[in-house]
Write a protein that binds this ligand. Structure first.
Ligand code: URA
Length: 438
């Protein structure tokens, strides 16, 4: 049997110079990094080399498998509800601005009879994370045991948890990417998402792949390639996977941040909320319900009849959260006023994401605490009428020194004019259905 010996500088140099990483080199570097034998500085250099040089499909598949193998895989196939196996299905987004969709979506699908084992993430770069948002609910914890996850899947229909022992290599690499400007990489995004999702024990998966300035991959062609790669990884592991390609040129909804996004999600669960958030929640829920074989359930109805709200309350209570406590809001605020009347033009999602990150909603160093009350409210969305002197945006933070840099990020990110911006579809394509447009 051949013995392979590796060292980090050689692996880094291979990728830095545009070479291909062998299966053995990938297995070695992921395993050593997880166990601490390869240092953060070496992994950071390798991530930058991957960012600049890319990986082929074979390398991505092996990198994903090695990250799955770095931890345990969950298996819920023995669980039963009313004597029947659970309809285990999950969703993941590639990351956006104002993307709070997981929060209303999970209870909608649970109310339709699905069981959702959701391994969720924290903020990454300019995008928010479901865990940072939900932890703004007083008492809510995502650090729950495997036994509790199993119990919740049977009794509540969902559990939202920190990936923990699932793909621990991703947990370390994700945090490192966040502070080394190596997030916007197709191989790193695809392997990060699919390692967690394939380890968490869902039988089917729906992906929300973002396109536009607020997405990590900006062009439709790159997003399409990312979607195909992830759908392929799912299929290779026997997990039916579909993706929706959705617009992220403009933030989703009217709030961006942590607690403000939870508040907006509660509006959606109460049957109201912004039209785009409702549309995307229902579209993703329909894909999940369909893939899970939950015939006859209408996700939109669960928002109207309150059953999705009931599911959310049960989920949050099971994880220690108290929705009757007020959600935090930054102690300092600043409002952007319309200089003139007219129609709101496009709002640049990337600039808004950066502004909210500067307000304290995200991290600049690993392990930093986020401000749950930091965020931004969008009072006028693209195409809405604007009167001179009225509020367009309100910014919130606990640290007034953060307001200036956040306001600077918004410079040039919006406009008020005479005409409406060109309408864009929210849902651009469906991939993995055989009906995609290319
Ligand atoms: N979500 C993840 O889990 N990983 C990424 O790289 C991007 C979004």
């Amino acid at each position: 049997m051949t013995q392979f010996t590796f060292d980090a500088p050689t692996v880094i140099r291979t990728k830095r110079d545009g070479g291909r990483l062998s299966d053995e080199a990938i297995d070695w570097v992921i395993d050593e990094y997880t166990r601490g034998g390869v240092g953060d500085e070496q992994m950071a250099a390798l991530l930058m080399a991957i960012f600049l040089r890319g990986m082929d499909r074979g390398e991505i598949a092996r990198w994903t498998a090695a990250m799955i193998a770095s931890g345990e895989k969950m298996d819920f196939s023995d669980l039963r509800r009313s004597g029947r196996p659970l309809a285990l299905v999950d969703k993941h987004s590639t990351g956006g601005v104002g993307d709070k969709i997981t929060i209303p979506l999970i209870p909608v699908v649970a109310a339709c009879g699905g069981a959702i084992p959701q391994a969720a993430g924290r903020g990454l770069g300019h995008t928010g994370g479901t865990l940072d948002k939900l932890e703004s609910v007083s008492g809510f914890t995502a650090e729950i045991s495997k036994d509790q996850i199993r119990q919740q899947l049977c009794e509540v229909g969902a559990a939202i948890f920190a990936a923990g022992q699932l793909a621990p290599a991703d947990r370390k690499i994700y945090a490192l990417r966040d502070i080394t400007a190596t997030t916007e990489s197709l191989p790193l995004i695809a392997s990060s998402i699919m390692s967690k999702k394939l380890a968490e024990g869902a039988d089917a998966l729906v992906l929300d792949v973002k396109v536009g300035s607020g997405a990590f991959l900006k062009s439709e062609a790159e997003a399409w390639d990312l979607a195909r790669t992830m759908v392929g990884l799912g299929a290779a592991h026997g997990v039916p996977t579909r993706a929706l390609l959705t617009d992220m040129a403009c933030p989703l909804g009217r709030t961006v941040g942590n607690a403000v996004e939870v508040a907006e999600s509660l509006e959606v669960l109460a049957g109201g909320g912004p039209a785009d958030v409702v549309e995307l929640t229902v579209a993703l829920a329909r894909e999940m319900v369909d893939l899970a074989g939950l015939d006859g359930k209408d996700p939109a109805q669960t928002l109207r009849d309150g059953t999705a709200m009931d599911s959310f309350r049960a989920l949050v209570a099971a994880q220690g959260g108290d929705l009757d406590q007020p959600l935090p809001i930054g102690a300092h605020s600043e409002t952007v006023i319309a200089p003139t009347g007219g129609t709101m033009g496009d709002i640049d999602a990337l600039a808004v994401g950066h502004a909210v990150w500067r307000l304290g909603a995200g991290r600049a160093s690993s392990g930093e605490r986020v401000q749950h009350g930091a965020g931004l409210r969008i009072h006028r969305r693209p195409g809405e009428p604007v009167a001179s002197g009225e509020a367009l945006f309100t910014l919130y933070t606990d640290n007034p020194a953060r307001i200036g840099p956040a306001m600077a990020e918004l410079d040039g990110a919006w406009s008020v004019g005479d005409t409406s911006p060109a309408a864009r579809p929210l849902i651009i394509d469906r991939i993995g259905t055989g009906l995609e447009q290319r």
